[in-house]
Design a protein around this ligand. Structure first.
Ligand SMILES: Nc1ncnc2c1ncn2[C@@H]1O[C@H](COP(=O)(O)OP(=O)(O)OP(=O)(O)O)[C@@H](O)[C@H]1O
Ligand SMILES: [Mg+2]
Length: 510
């Protein structure tokens, strides 16, 4: 959706007598643009209210006339109507005004704790149902009391679209002209805009100005800086961790079957597939034994496909207020959609959306799960979900049904070939030439070891080598292997059960 279509939607809501429109956002600047553009053809006045300023007639889209008619002589500042800072007073005042107008109430949410404010708000909403005036209620995180919630319509102001970001970037560039050297060509600005998707306009402006002022020039290279900043911004917001393809060096040994599948699935994102109206791949679930590379596989997919990886922090989704957790989830997936094509990684999905052993969470994980399923089914953007899970018994059976995910993969302990690959990857990562080792002996010795356990014995052997002041060799690694009891022995029963459940139902990754 472009910003222009948001404007049209807003217009339609107003014209169809929606008397209270709720927009959950902190981006007031964009709300202002939305309202002003929205009323452009409607000949309506605009009033703004905040607890600090009171009720003010705003310039709306008739700046010149407004300045002469509503601002005190010689002033460009709007003048607040008297005694309207108190929300009840403001709403009473609005009730008496005979204008067809948009009344924008900023951060009214917290005041709705008060019974009188709630009642007065309902009075106004009911009155407006007949005269096409509308209230616009905004706030960063809005939880409305039920009697208000039933009277309003929610307007989803998505994060800025590329056209808005483009405009913001060019404005910043223009304002910095003369102070910095601009070394990006106009067509390269699109790269910067792409890198900024998922940010608010304000964040985008700050980032671009910072990137330019830091070294006195704006170049193509600044895309990297913008991406780094985005990692931070998203991390601070807390719901998603963002790993751009450039910062994702993962290497995955084995998994040939999965890798093949991914090669085929990738064409689903191509222009050709789109031309044939083919749906893009939706996602996969990777179930399997601990430490066998499920998380690593998720990272590798993003690297192979050169897409941003967005890891959902399930722990941060939960909020003690009813409704907030679902809202957080909605915010996270919307953010992922804004950054599409992207990979949304839900690690250990059974922990956030699985069947809980008690009802302690009041059915929250069920509701989140329901929301997730609907979204997964209906999503239109190119967001590919990679979910991972260890504990099959806690996964709701609906999720395992055919057609939810494109495929469900089962990861077992690595076989000989895979162990050889994993050993080589981890020796090389620690600057050891695999040729110096008897690989066949190591493969033999690590039978029953997971990838994580193989990595661990290499680390232990290297510690030992440094301590004894000698080069690491096959013998040292085998000694570390002998000193380890792998999960395949300590938890033999659990693994056996998992394997039995998974092997006949899911596709192997090999
Ligand atoms: N196939 C593999 N190739 C290379 N390294 C591997 C492989 N499998 C596991 N490893 C190593 O083990 C580490 C742990 O693996 P990872 O976290 O991906 O396992 P997991 O299956 O997600 O485990 P858990 O169930 O505990 O989350 C990885 O960071 C990697 O270093
Ligand atoms: Mg994991």
């Amino acid at each position: 959706m472009t910003f222009a279509s948001s404007v049209r939607l807003f217009q339609t809501l107003v014209m169809s007598f929606h008397s209270a429109i709720v927009i959950e956002t902190g981006e007031e600047e964009r709300v202002r643009t939305l309202i002003n553009k929205g009323i452009n053809e409607l000949q309506m006045a605009v009033f703004e209210w905040s607890v600090a300023q009171g009720l003010t007639r705003s310039a709306g889209n008739v700046q010149n006339r407004w300045a002469s008619e509503y601002a005190p002589p010689g002033s460009q500042k709007p003048q607040a109507l008297e005694e309207t800072t108190d929300p009840v007073d403001a709403l009473k005042h609005i009730e008496t005004l005979q204008f067809q107008a948009i009344y924008w109430l900023k951060d009214l949410g917290p005041h709705l704790q008060d019974e009188t404010v709630r009642r007065q708000l309902r009075e106004v909403i009911q009155q407006f149902a007949h005269n096409r005036s509308a209230l616009v209620i905004t706030g960063h995180s809005l939880t409305l009391p039920p009697e208000i919630a039933q009277d309003v319509v929610y307007f989803d102001l998505k994060l800025p679209e590329p056209d808005e970001l483009y405009k913001a970037v060019t404005e910043v560039v223009r304002s910095l002209k003369g102070r910095i050297s601009i070394e990006v060509k106009p067509e390269e600005i699109n790269g910067l805009v792409q890198a900024m998707r998922g940010m608010t306009l304000q964040q985008a402006r700050k980032v671009i100005a910072f990137a330019a002022l830091e070294d006195g020039k704006l170049t193509r290279e600044d895309v990297k800086r913008v991406l780094q900043r985005k990692v931070q911004v998203l991390h601070e917001e807390g719901l998603l961790d963002y790993i751009p393809p450039e910062m994702n060096p993962s290497q995955l040994g084995g998994f040939d079957g999965l890798k093949q599948w991914l090669k085929r699935a990738r064409v689903g994102f191509s222009a050709q597939a789109k031309a044939f109206n083919l749906p893009a791949p939706r996602g996969i679930l990777i179930v399997g034994i601990q430490g066998c590379g499920k998380s690593l596989a998720a990272k590798t997919i993003a690297r192979e496909w050169q897409m941003p990886l967005l890891k959902l922090d399930a722990g941060k989704l939960y909020d003690k207020f009813i409704g907030e957790s679902e809202k957080n989830f909605r915010r996270a997936v919307t953010l992922a959609e804004t950054m599409s094509p992207a990979i949304l990684w839900i690690d250990e999905i059974e922990k956030s959306m699985g069947q809980s052993t008690s009802d302690a969470d009041g059915g929250l994980s069920r509701r989140l799960f329901g929301y997730f399923l609907t979204w997964l089914q209906e999503k239109s953007e190119d967001v590919f979900v990679v979910a991972t899970a260890n504990d099959l018994s806690r996964i709701p059976p609906e999720l395992l049904r055919k057609g939810r995910f494109d495929e469900i993969f089962f990861v077992d302990l690595p076989d000989e070939t895979e162990r050889a690959a994993i050993l080589q990857i981890h020796l090389m990562r620690r600057k050891q030439d695999p040729k110096r080792f008897e690989l066949a002996a190591l493969v033999q010795a690590t039978d029953g070891f997971s990838g994580a356990e193989i990595e661990q014995v290499i680390i232990v052997a290297l510690y030992c080598a440094i301590h004894e002041n000698r080069p690491v060799d096959t013998e040292l690694i085998i000694a570390a292997v002998r000193a380890t009891v792998p999960l395949s022995i300590s938890r033999r029963e659990d693994l056996h059960t998992l394997r039995l459940m998974a092997q006949e139902r899911f596709v192997g990754v090999k």
